[in-house]
Design a protein around this ligand. Sequence first.
Ligand code: AHR
Length: 627
Amino acid sequence: MLKPALACTLLLVAAAQSQTATLHIDTSKPVSKVSPELYGLMTEEINYSYDGGLYAELIRNRTMRADWSGVLHWYVVEHGNSQASISPDKTTSPSAALPYSVKLTVTQADPSNPAGLENEGYWGIPVTPNTEYRGSFYAKSDSGANITVRLVDDFRPRTIAQAVMTDVIADWKKYEFTLKTGNTNTSTANHLVLTIDKPGTVWFSLVSLFPPTYMNQPNGFRIDLMEKLAAMHPKFLRLPGGNYLEGDHINERFDWKKTIGPLVDRPTHRSPWNYQSSDGMGLLEFLMWCEDLHMQPVLAVYAGYSLMQEHVNPGPDLDPYVQDALDEIEYVTGGPDTKWGAERVKDGHPAPFPLKYVEIGNEDMFDRSGSYEGRYAQFYKAIKAKYPNLQLIATMTIKDMRPDVIDDHFYRRKEEFFNDTTHYDKSDRSGPKIFVGEWATREGSPTPNFGAALGDAAWMTGMERNSDIVIMSSYAPLLVNVNPGGLQWESDLIGYNAASSYGSPSYYAQVMFASYIGDETVASTLTGAGPRFFYSATRDATKGKLYLKLVNASSIPQDINLQLGGAGKIGSTATLVSLHALTNEATNTITEPAKIVPVKNQIQNVSAGFHHTVPGYSIEVLDIDVR
Ligand code: AHR
């Protein structure tokens, strides 16, 4: 006989089992097209996404900006009895774009007691064994100084790697060096030191240090982050924002012409997320990022509105901005015989980039002047006249004309997504097409928790079902540096520090959805499921695949009677990928990066009618052969 307590537990478990649902799928009946461009990326300079993130530069404030407190992130170094000071100097610099430098004055130093300055990096400088770091700086000296560059451990006076640049001349010049580590330990607690070993004055600017980068590109990207992005199979990159496109003020917009060419000619600018952007990630770097990950650019052009309610009136005032957008499109797509195409060739990329979509502005419904209708129309007319094949995205509904595509944004709690997965079911199929250019379930910080992943997955089933009209979507924000002070916006897909990165449960949900995407939805009906159960059924007719996404956002398992009709032959073994947690709050962190990751298994006895149980709090993909 069962003990009363055990009997009671069994009863509770039984009561917590949902009733069996029936999911009928007819794999021979396509219902609507799934856009091959449905899943892509959106990023901007927020949360140290590029500087201190994807852009692999290790030196923070490499251009030596200063405020009342001194030169930011740079400090004086005085070994032994040496004496030195550093100060910003606005009287000399290596370029017009960088109108200042840092002046190092050393009054006492010798080879055993050098003096100089040091940089703390972006919450440390990551070092790994047997690694080559490429560096450079601009300098001039009044005394033919020899400059020693060293990577130094924060906790021990230990040089990890060093290089010496001899006879620095009296005029500004770029000096390049490599630092090679030996059999050292992996750590982020390091800094970069530049010293001289005799009294003298040296001016520095644009001090740069790069670790090995993705595909070994100079001025390139962090390998771990690029690999994580590649695993999302993104089809496009919406660039360069977001608020970052607009800036708080017109003169703080993403002024693309100031982000191309040699780094020393890029003035840097303030991001609306309250820190200075190095603009190392300039327009060409965005495009190369697209090229590396086989994504198409979705180019957002500045459209005459900035966040602090500054706008440019449609008409002649707006003409220069429209011209700037035309120039930008030419830089992206033009041949060497065009002015801006030739500029791109000069910058090192002879081949034009493919371009299909241009977005006019960002979130212009916040422009209280109501000027967007006129601004959009002016950009539309000018761009279409020169590039009739480009699809032009509007950032809000336009009354007097029908844009090609509209960019919708959704930042929500999971319940809101659960209750609105049918959002686009009734949309007018004659257009405009929809680009869900920013969306996220905002639960969990700095990165979303499992409950958020459930909200995201439920929402993605709705986007897939409506992907004949929802042609593209991109989660935002994508990246966050999880160090204190790194975050400006909670719930970001991928977190990292100087050394490592991790995907949130929401990241893995997207990897799963984008890895198994068919080209058509198929006829299906679901009966008897609990209210927090969502699904999407697509097929890839060429591959003979049915992809079934099943989302159980309730805590109790959902048993399903799966009825597969219309297939000649059904493979008896299917692949099951599942992402599961015990609670909504469960999550991944920088110290526990893999608590929740997709698990791949094979399931047996798949047939035209079989039972499958989706555990509570689970996101699943079933990949079934249906030839
Ligand atoms: O993703 C964060 C911000 O949200 C974007 O910059 C902006 O477009 C939106 O308001």
